[in-house]
Design a protein around this ligand. Structure first.
Ligand SMILES: Nc1ncnc2c1ncn2[C@@H]1O[C@H](COP(=O)(O)OP(=O)(O)OP(=O)(O)O)[C@@H](O)[C@H]1O
Ligand SMILES: [Mg+2]
Length: 305
């Protein structure tokens, strides 16, 4: 296997003829045949030699990310997995422009990122929905901040609530929704600002298995329909294989790209697919080494394989 920066396709025996063509789905392979916003070869996001050092309270320094080089194509779905504390959230913050790297550059469309922008949006696990606003008002919020005119806002609220199947709940308050519905409101709110790049930080980690399965289907459908570029952080390797065009495995601190896997399995995929499980197992073996390193560092004892 080739280490970073070379991307390696280890699952090419499952390569979908639909890849790079005009459909995301193999015809007849699932319930829907959706148009593909064909992935362009121009990088949407480029991370060039990124390092980030945090300063601790007592003057100590912690190298969180080290020499990260990654390119994400327009319309690509990249998943990132890595042990806890390896810098995944930090990396999303850098791409969102909420933090600056200590070294290196983040480029979006070949332009240097030096702060937040409407072309990128970060969705956290905590969601950050406003409990005093209705579903529709939550979806409207980002558009208001971006000074989108009212008639256009109304149209987009309708469109995006329909896309996430929440039209009937537009006048509900957040506490009147289930966890999965809240997650869909957060997704609609993010999509309504029409960012090119969606940065998702473990968005489904707190959900039950059934709701998560449904949201996987919906996210995949929305991604195919809207052509957004998605960078998705998860601890769940199967989820990464279920959703991603590519999975990047990060090392334990400092976070580096250990290996990248192209996932060429046909879509739509399901978590329980044998091919998904097989691919996930291979990636998990790789990740386990890093998780063991992190456990050794945290607990100071040797973890047996
Ligand atoms: N504001 C901060 N100041 C100092 N250190 C920080 C800060 N934020 C994060 N860190 C440290 O940087 C490292 C990476 O943190 P980060 O939150 O990016 O990890 P992560 O991969 O997202 O972890 P998890 O999977 O647990 O969410 C950790 O060791 C963390 O303690
Ligand atoms: Mg995190």
């Amino acid at each position: 296997m080739t280490l970073n920066p070379a991307t390696q396709s280890v699952f090419s025996d499952h390569r979908s003829p639909a890849r790079g063509g005009t459909t995301r789905w193999k015809s007849g392979a699932g319930p829907a045949v959706l148009p593909l916003p064909a992935a362009s070869s121009t990088p949407k996001v480029s991370l060039k030699d990124i390092s980030l050092t945090y300063k601790g309270n007592n003057g100590s320094r912690l190298l969180a990310l080290d020499s990260i080089n990654l390119q994400v194509k327009t319309g690509e779905f990249l998943c990132i997995v890595g042990p806890s504390g390896c810098g995944k959230s930090t990396l999303l913050h850098l791409i969102a422009g909420l933090q600056q790297p200590s070294h290196g550059h983040v480029l979006v469309d070949d332009k240097l990122v030096d702060g937040p922008g409407t072309d990128r949006i970060l969705i956290f696990q905590e969601l950050g929905l406003f409990p005093w606003l209705t579903v529709a008002q939550n979806v409207e919020f980002g558009m208001k901040m971006n000074h989108v005119p009212k008639p256009e806002r109304q149209e987009k609220i309708r469109y995006y609530l329909r896309l996430v199947h929440l039209s009937q709940f537009q006048n509900n308050y957040i506490h009147q929704l289930s966890g999965g519905m809240r997650q869909r409101v957060a997704l609609a709110r993010a999509l309504a600002t029409e960012p090119d790049v969606l940065l998702m930080d473990e968005p489904f980690a707190a959900l039950d298995a059934q709701t998560r399965d449904l949201l996987h289907d919906e996210l995949e459908r929305i991604w195919a329909e809207t052509g957004r570029t998605i960078i998705f952080v998860t601890h769940n390797v199967r989820e990464a294989v279920r959703l991603g065009d590519r999975v990047a495995v990060f090392t334990f601190r400092p976070g580096r790209v250990k290996r990248e896997y192209d996932i060429d399995l046909p879509r739509p995929r399901h978590l329980e697919d044998v091919t998904v499980a097989k691919s996930a197992r291979e990636i998990l073996d790789d990740l386990r080494e890093e998780i063991n390193r992190s456990l050794e560092a945290e607990y100071g004892f040797e973890v047996r394989p």
